[in-house]
Design a protein around this ligand. Structure first.
Ligand code: UFG
Length: 321
């Protein structure tokens, strides 16, 4: 298929673009490079530098079999301080994309949704049928887009799949996480190991978990990308399917720090700090639906392996490779 990957110069988008190419698809990346990097676009993939709101009509007029929409603002804290940036930047842009897809007859959409749609869960692991009560603006905007997609699929026959990511981690060779503002646990811990940060602040050790720190479901970015490859193939006209993507088991913040110590051989000083606002104690996915309906199975579930791939990436960047 000929596929447009918006946000394909970002972390998850670049890995997905690479895996789509390997699966035999023709891929074009559209990215405004506001947070992405031109050199993260896989070899042989055309990069169109531009804002979806300005250029999407012209781009889709070329003719595409589908769009994978990653381009978004994704900082939870920032979304609370500057909601307009998220409502316009995420929801407004997604509506512009949906309208352009209709206008140009682009039949398929895979959308990057998030576990943040669920908020504080009543049950763990979290199924797709769990109530959606986002605790932050970021999650609220992704949920709003999911609702819009449901309506467009039903009314206009769009074939759509939303994938709700839990904690994405790891790297794929030269494609990895390099955010100007880093908030995610594993890259922050690895910055300490590589000497660019002094120590880790572990946000809260009084949660009702085995060691008091928060539990998260860490999924390897390559497994996540492979779910997108399956999703674009499985998308069915008139349906909007929603799948959670995680490994189905969790690790505490302390366990993650310990795994990073073992992989890097660095002592990684870590202090307990106050809780971070809006952090649920435990977020673990039930990915049964993706396994059953997409035939997807995460292959890289070992935490040390996930950290090792992220560490290789961090080291290659800090050596300027
Ligand atoms: N954490 C620390 N210290 C840090 C950074 C994080 O202790 O320096 C803790 C957090 O408090 C949390 C865990 O590590 O308990 C994981 O935090 P991340 O920021 O890596 O990830 P989140 O679970 O907060 O965020 C993920 C996705 C978001 C999504 C959210 C849903 O990355 O996009 O899940 O709640 F919105």
């Amino acid at each position: 298929m000929k596929l447009l990957v918006t946000g394909g110069a970002g972390y998850v988008g670049s890995v997905c673009a690479a895996r789509l190419v390997e699966a035999g698809h023709e891929v074009v990346v559209l990215d405004d490079l506001s947070t992405g990097h031109a050199d993260a676009v896989p070899d042989g993939v055309r990069l169109i530098e531009g804002d979806i709101n300005d250029v999407i009509g012209e781009v889709l007029a070329e003719g595409f079999d589908g769009v994978l929409h990653f381009a978004a603002k994704s900082l939870v804290g920032e979304s609370m301080q500057d909601p307009a940036k998220y409502w316009h930047g995420n929801v407004g842009t997604a509506l512009t994309l949906l309208d352009a897809m209709l206008e140009h007859g682009t039949p398929r959409l895979v959308f990057s949704s998030t576990a943040a749609c669920y908020g504080e869960p009543d049950e763990v692991p979290i199924p797709e049928t769990a109530p959606t009560r986002p605790t932050n603006t970021y999650g609220a905007t992704k949920l709003a887009i999911d609702h819009a997609i449901t309506g467009y699929a039903a009314a206009h026959g769009l074939a759509a799949v939303s994938l709700r990511y839990f904690n994405v981690a790891g790297a794929y060779g030269r494609f990895g996480e390099r955010h100007a503002t880093e908030t995610h646990l594993i890259p922050i811990v690895l910055q300490v190991a590589s000497g660019t940060r002094e120590k880790v602040a572990m946000y809260g050790d009084d949660y009702p978990t085995e060691d008091g720190t928060c539990v998260r479901d860490y999924i390897h970015v390559v497994d996540l990308a492979d779910a997108h490859v399956k999703a674009i193939g499985a998308a069915t006209a008139g349906e909007h399917r929603i799948y959670n993507l995680g490994n189905g088991f969790g690790f505490t913040v302390k366990q993650v720090v310990e795994a990073c110590r073992e992989v890097t051989g660095h002592e990684i000083p870590a202090d307990v700090a106050p809780r971070r606002a809006g952090d649920p104690a435990v977020l673990v996915a039930s990915s049964e639906k993706a396994r059953t309906e997409l035939g997807w199975k995460p292959e890289r579930v070992d935490l040390a392996g996930i950290v090792r791939d992220a560490w290789e990436f961090t080291r290659s960047r800090s050596q300027g490779a």
